[in-house]
Design a protein around this ligand. Structure first.
Ligand SMILES: *Cc1c(COP(=O)(O)O)cnc(C)c1O
Length: 472
């Protein structure tokens, strides 16, 4: 596969280059495949839906062709996914896609594990270590750290905003040892991201170290996230008639979003043939994208702190990829968008539990509430000429092509549950008066010692630290 760049479509690189460079330091753009080959009808129309690993292999194949042999790819997929994405019905028209069954209990395990193994494959004949720099607003760092821990030839430095992630997330980040470490930065997620981006464009630094990224800007994290969109939409297409009597449902995927990597992966799956009719771009008060879809003006801003902190992104990187794939007009046809403030998020956790019995985390709650509102009147109000005020939480005044499917009740929703609720135990407890059960793999982390390193929000300090501490 050939990869190009969101800022210069004359750029042409292979998968290896796109993965190891992370982003194009010359243009500042992000890599993106030149095409998104459709899966064969044999897979898309298989009478019973194919397994997650079968889909993962078939979807990954064209993107690594000529660079990773099929047998090696099979091995990578098997090592990446000893766990699965699980489709759980909430009611007749709503499914939750649980993406938290990996080692760090968040969806980022899907991308990080694939990225780590692909990088290690490409680095196997190199003499010097590859240094991964990653900024995290919560779950990225632990997923990346866990995916790379102990992998030879790779070295990982994680930056996180001090005091702006949950205590458990901080514990997950600060307890790595050996080739993985965390810097606790006195600033916001956007500050962390800026430090990392500055390092990547620092020619002097790049001469000393082989650097690579691991954020959702890395294409090797984005591609594998498309696997579970394909998998879940085929599963839902298969079981829908049985669950709700709808023969050919319009499948709408509601994606709680921050940096918009997850949603971009959904777009890739749709281009590859996933039976998805549309998407809901659901955010917290960091509503840069819903505002853009409504007003047509893209205005990145500083992030604000919310209960769904892994979505606290005011300047989402993957906006650039979405714009490289679609025009604003096309986005308006394909997306509904929705935003929710903290009070609404807390109520959503409560309502979801009362109405369905399900315990949802604050991120998934934003996606659930968006879908639940859309199907219970918000879309009907909008198409009837009673739009929500764009400055108030709720459905953005934009009517996607699939609005009639919702209004005429031919639509079913898949809500992405991006983290295990126990990772946000106190928020969930506040909302429903009980604590979600902590999975063993999280409980264990709490016993480990804290090794994080404090860091000023200054590029000079960050660079000095790298020069002193990294092995060339
Ligand atoms: C990262 C994250 C998100 C946001 O995903 P993006 O790809 O950045 O949009 C949502 N929920 C959780 C739990 C996350 O960790």
């Amino acid at each position: 596969m050939i990869y190009t760049d969101t800022r210069d479509n004359k750029v042409k690189v292979d998968f290896r280059t796109a993965v190891l460079n992370g982003m194009n330091s010359e243009t500042g753009g992000l890599y993106i495949p030149v095409s998104f080959p459709r899966l064969s009808d044999a897979i898309l129309d298989k009478p019973s839906s194919p397994s997650f690993r079968e889909i993962a292999f078939e979807m990954a194949k064209p993107y690594v062709e000529g660079e990773i042999p099929e047998a090696a790819l099979q091995g990578i997929i098997a090592e990446c996914y000893p766990f699965n994405a699980q489709v759980v019905p909430l009611d007749t028209h709503t499914y939750v896609l649980e993406l938290f069954h990996g080692p760090t209990c968040a969806f980022k395990d899907f991308g990080a594990r694939f990225m780590a193994r692909v990088m290690s494959y490409f680095n196997k004949d190199e003499a010097t270590p590859l240094h991964i720099l990653v900024a995290t607003s919560g779950d990225t760092g632990s997923a990346v750290g866990s995916a790379f821990q102990g992998v030879p030839g790779l070295d990982v430095t994680i930056l996180y905003p001090q005091g702006k992630i949950s205590p458990l997330q901080e514990k997950q980040l600060s307890t790595f040892t050996g080739n993985v470490r965390a810097l606790s930065v006195n600033g916001t997620f956007d500050d962390c991201q800026k430090l990392v981006k500055t390092a990547f464009t620092d020619v002097e630094l790049r001469k000393k170290f082989r650097l690579s990224s691991a954020n959702s800007i890395n294409i090797s994290r984005l591609l594998p996230q498309s696997f579970y969109y394909m998998y879940s939409s085929l599963v839902v297409k298969d079981r829908s008639a049985h669950d709700n009597g709808i023969q050919k449902p319009a499948i709408i995927v509601s994606v709680p979003s921050g940096n918009f990597g997850n949603l971009t992966s959904g777009l890739i799956a749709q281009k590859m043939g996933a039976p998805i009719a549309g998407f809901v771009a659901a955010t917290n008060s960091n509503r840069t994208v819903p505002d853009w879809i409504f007003s047509g003006n893209y205005e990145p801003r500083a992030s604000v702190k919310t209960l769904s902190n892994a979505m606290d992104v005011g300047a989402p990187s993957n906006y650039e990829r979405i714009r490289a794939m679609y025009t604003l007009d096309e986005v308006r046809h394909l997306f509904a968008s929705y935003w929710l403030d903290d009070a609404g998020t807390k109520r959503a956790i409560q309502e979801c539990n009362t109405n369905t019995g399900y315990i949802i985390d604050p991120h998934g709650a934003v996606g659930w509430k968006a879908w639940d509102d859309i199907r219970h009147g918000a879309m009907l109000n909008l198409t009837s000429g009673f739009p929500n005020d764009a400055d108030k939480p709720g459905l953005t005044p934009n009517i996607p092509d699939w609005a009639p499917d919702v209004v005429e009740k031919r639509a079913v929703g898949i809500v992405l549950e991006t983290a295990h609720p126990a990772k946000f135990g106190s928020i969930v407890h506040d909302a429903i008066n009980r604590e979600p059960v902590m999975p063993d793999r999280l409980e264990k982390v709490l016993q480990l010692p804290d090794n994080s390193i404090p860091m000023e929000n200054s590029y000079d300090s960050f660079k000095a630290w790298l020069e002193e501490n990294l092995k060339a």
